[in-house]
Design a binder for this molecule. Structure first.
Ligand code: 5GP
Ligand code: ZN
Length: 128
């Protein structure tokens, strides 16, 4: 297993103020639907569909651009967790959308990577 470099001062300040790190730590309440060693999944506070769940890694990663090759299994686990939640909600057959927004043009507002799982209504395409 490869060693990670220690976080920079800037990274420490970022994760101290990160709302999703606070949810992981239990400092901000969230309606959790799943938790394991590396992931937490919870209901989005402002749902855009009848099912709107966010899946996040417990470790702070700001954007998709900050992923390394050592994170491939983590990202795979996030996507498989999305499929598992979709099945548990009974939307696996009707369909669901998974979205990672990255940076400004995609509308990323929380800089701790998160996989949106949206379902329960017809979802438009292409997105706005
Ligand atoms: P983004 O726009 O970054 O892709 O998505 C961020 C999502 O996080 C939004 O859908 C927003 O509603 C959700 N969100 C932001 N703050 C909180 C919070 O404190 N709790 C929960 N449950 N969701 C949040
Ligand atoms: Zn964070």
């Amino acid at each position: 297993m490869s060693r990670r470099p220690p976080p920079t001062e800037r990274a420490i300040l970022a994760l101290m103020s990160c709302v999703f790190c606070k949810i992981v730590a239990g400092e901000i309440p969230a309606k959790r639907v799943h938790e394991d060693d590396e992931l937490v999944a919870f209901e989005d506070i402002k749902p855009e569909a009848p099912v709107h769940i966010l899946i996040i890694p417990k470790r702070h990663i700001s954007t998709l651009n900050d992923l390394g090759s050592g994170d491939d299994a983590l990202v795979g686990a996030m996507i498989r967790q999305a499929a598992s939640i979709a099945k548990a909600r009974g939307v696996d057959a009707t369909g669901y959308r998974t979205v990672f927004n990255c940076n400004a043009h995609a509308g990323q507002t929380v800089f701790h990577i998160h996989l949106h799982v949206l379902a329960g209504r017809g979802l438009g395409w292409p997105p706005g």
